[in-house]
Design a protein around this ligand. Structure first.
Ligand SMILES: Nc1ncnc2c1ncn2[C@@H]1O[C@H](COP(=O)(O)OP(=O)(O)OP(=O)(O)O)[C@@H](O)[C@H]1O
Length: 295
């Protein structure tokens, strides 16, 4: 990986930046940070087979190489079971104990652990207390996650700003809800989960299927909010999101694309410059694999 991609990690704080919240301009503190360049080379992940009888390991990811840059959104795509979550888990350092990982993962060009608060990970499931309102869920999370050096007022301000950033101001007093007690919609739930993950303003954001269960309009709304994050708070954030079947509008938000099939890398590069023939050929291969699984 080129050394020009390796920038130092650091933080600068400033005041008086402007934020577009869609309706009005607000004067809010802006945290200006150098970003996280994440690179991975020859990354393999194997797992013990559940039976463990033959002692063999299943290859989940094969020879993955790629990068994610500050200010950019990398989409990880591919059919169900191809290894998208495993790739995100490996990069985030949260593989389970059954998994064995080889290869290099570099942060700003160096092998180092991610510092506390540098990254956040949105899992596929929304785990929230159903009786809380949107405001309570995000504010309590701010109280728990933000440092003691911040006052209660600052934490509340941060929670309110994050709620606005995700376009949830109209649902702020609505309960999350769940089975038996209808609350906010599925798309709003995903956005509350994102609020909880971004409340600490992490430089690196892993999103595992942020649009799962959403229709095409709601998916675009959520992804557009995610893509706009860097513009609203001044952080050149590195975002890696696994995603299923994005529509054209959502696809246009991606800077880079990592396409997987059966644990192998089929394409890595700019989403806009993805060679259509190559992508279509890959998709045909993936479809054939899916069909053979069904048959
Ligand atoms: N703990 C585990 N033990 C054994 N195999 C596993 C384990 N976790 C995942 N796998 C297997 O690894 C493969 C990749 O799983 P992964 O969850 O990464 O796929 P995915 O592309 O994210 O799928 P989906 O889109 O359905 O969420 C699958 O075949 C899965 O069964």
């Amino acid at each position: 990986m080129s050394s020009s991609l390796c920038a130092p990690l650091g933080t600068r704080r400033g005041r008086g930046g402007y934020v577009e919240d869609g309706s009005s301009r607000q004067d809010v503190p802006i945290v200006v940070r150098e970003g996280v360049y994440l690179t991975w080379e020859e990354l393999w992940v194997t797992m013990s087979k559940p039976s463990g009888k033959d002692g063999k390991k299943a290859i989940i990811l094969e020879s993955q190489t790629g990068y994610a840059k500050p200010g950019e959104l990398l989409a990880v795509m591919g059919p169900s079971g191809c290894g998208k979550t495993t790739l995100l888990d490996a990069l985030a350092g949260r593989l389970n104990s059954k998994a064995k990982q080889t290869g290099d993962i570099l942060i700003n060009g160096r092998k180092q652990a991610l510092a506390y608060g540098t990254s956040a990970y949105l899992t596929q499931e929304d785990a929230m207390l159903t009786t809380l309102t949107v405001e309570e869920a995000v504010y309590y999370s701010a109280q728990l996650q933000l440092p003691d050096s911040m006052s209660k007022f600052e934490k509340k301000e941060r929670a309110e700003f994050t709620i606005k950033e995700m376009g949830l101001q109209d649902a702020i007093h609505t309960r999350i809800g769940g089975c038996g007690s209808k609350g906010i919609s599925g798309g709003q739930k995903r956005r509350v989960s994102i609020c909880i993950e971004i409340i600490t303003r992490p430089n690196l954001l892993f999103l595992d299927e942020p649009t799962s269960g959403l229709d095409s309009a709601a998916s675009f709304y959520v992804m557009n909010r995610i893509a706009r994050l860097n513009k609203t708070d001044g952080i050149q954030r590195t975002i890696i999101a696994s995603i299923h079947q994005p529509n054209t509008q959502v696809f246009q938000l991606f800077h880079n694309l990592c396409l997987l099939s059966n644990g192998k890398l089929v394409y890595f590069g700019p989403a806009s410059a993805a060679n259509k023939v190559r992508i279509w050929r890959s998709l045909v291969c993936v479809s054939v694999q899916l069909l053979s699984c069904v048959v």
